[in-house]
Design a protein around this ligand. Structure first.
Ligand SMILES: [Zn+2]
Length: 79
């Protein structure tokens, strides 16, 4: 008896032996080997990972900017 996992690509469940963890913008998701192979996994995977990484970098940069604004506004309030 094999476990059934939800394939985000086909939006149906497949047996777990056909599934691989696949990196997406929202983190690792289950995707079946059939669609990974059809998409040409290595290029697709690198591309998705690169996009995810640059989005993370953007989010960190945005957070740092917001954090660096806090002391300035506090200084303004004190004056
Ligand atoms: Zn599938």
């Amino acid at each position: 008896m094999s476990e059934m996992l939800f394939c985000y690509c086909c939006r149906v469940h497949h047996p777990s032996e056909q599934m691989r963890s696949f990196p997406t913008r929202r983190g690792a998701r289950w995707r079946c080997l059939r669609t990974i192979e059809a998409a040409g996994s290595s290029v697709d995977q690198r591309d998705l990972f690169g996009r995810t990484q640059s989005e993370i970098n953007l989010a960190i940069a945005r957070q740092n900017r917001e954090r660096s604004l806090v002391p300035i506004s506090e200084r303004r309030l004190q004056r």
